[in-house]
Design a protein around this ligand. Structure first.
Ligand code: BDR
Ligand code: CA
Length: 301
């Protein structure tokens, strides 16, 4: 089993990623850290705790981050048009007594990495502020993390929050630049591949028919997300499974092919959040270039 930390801004596709990870025997989730992005950090924490209750996985501890960028700025507005007012497509999950632990996200990442040297993979499906703060406080952990798999960036395709920037990188461009320059080993799962990894509407009907608390909750969340995609990216004919692909790659890295690069993030101006990759055999970032698509039991790249 692979020890993992999930770092999320739950978020419809983060919720799918959490459900996928919880149900994957290949992964041992040591904890989930939360941040802002799709919604506020407090709402991301609440959504995560409620979802863990629906998943019957309340024993997984949740550690909250801060509502501030790495450079100390107020976060950009939440993404209500794609993730709803509450972050999970306005689906109503049962309330829960579960709350975040007293320890914050930064300190949990440091203590977990110190407890499991070279034996933790960090799956970040949100802005990279929590990890950046952990490395800033304890720089040695760069050499103790086995790998970071990050949903972020748009290397050879346009952005999704601006013409240049992918949302997770844009939400904390300074944190992303800090992480990419830190030397930590990263597999970058960006829009280049996640916009080809789609959920079709017919699957939601199957989930509804299954009629469990979990299947109904996920279908309700995804209906909103699917409708939003139909408005902004109608040619996709589905919604992007950005964050679940990170979990997929953690389970089986052969889902994607990568190119080794050095990545820089622009932190100012109209191009803020743009991630620029340059092929470099000594680089620390494995940028996913293509993902394995399985349609009707046929595999193709
Ligand atoms: C990323 O941004 C968020 O909206 C999603 O949850 C995903 O992590 C896609 O750009
Ligand atoms: Ca996310």
């Amino acid at each position: 089993m692979k020890n993992v930390i999930l770092d999320v801004d739950t978020g419809v596709d983060d919720a799918l990623a959490i459900a996928y990870a919880v149900h994957s025997p290949e992964l041992n989730i040591l904890g989930i850290t939360t941040t802002f992005g799709n919604t506020s950090v407090m709402e991301a924490t609440r959504n995560t705790c409620q979802l863990l209750q629906v998943l019957d996985a309340e024993e997984i501890p949740v550690f909250q981050g801060v509502e501030e960028t790495f450079a100390g700025h107020v976060p950009a507005d939440k993404a209500t048009w794609i993730h709803g007012e509450n972050g999970i497509g306005d689906a109503q999950l049962p309330s829960t007594d579960k709350q975040a632990e007293d320890m914050g996200a930064r300190d949990f990442i440091i203590s977990a990495v110190r407890n499991y040297p070279k034996d933790i993979t960090i799956l970040t499906t949100a802005n990279q502020g929590n990890l950046a703060r952990a490395i800033e406080k304890d720089p040695e952990i760069v050499n103790l993390v086995q790998e970071v798999i990050h949903m972020g960036g748009a290397i050879n395709v346009p952005g999704n929050i601006t013409p240049y920037a992918e949302a997770n990188v844009y939400h904390d461009a300074e944190a992303a630049q800090f992480i990419f320059q830190s030397g930590i080993p990263i597999t970058l799962v960006g829009l280049d591949v996640t916009l080809k990894t789609l959920l079709r509407r017919s699957v939601l009907d199957e989930w509804k028919e299954r009629d469990t608390l979990l299947s109904r909750a996920l279908a309700d969340m995804c209906h909103f997300y699917m409708d939003a995609y139909a408005k902004v990216e109608p040619e996709l004919n589905g919604c992007a499974l950005h964050d679940p692909l990170v979990v997929g790659v953690a389970i089986d890295s052969s889902f994607v092919k990568t190119k080794t690069m050095t990545v820089n993030v622009k932190t100012e101006g109209a191009e803020k959040g743009q991630s620029v990759g340059v092929e470099n055999q000594d680089g620390n970032v494995k940028v996913t270039s293509v993902a394995l698509i399985i349609t009707n039991n046929k595999k193709c790249w």
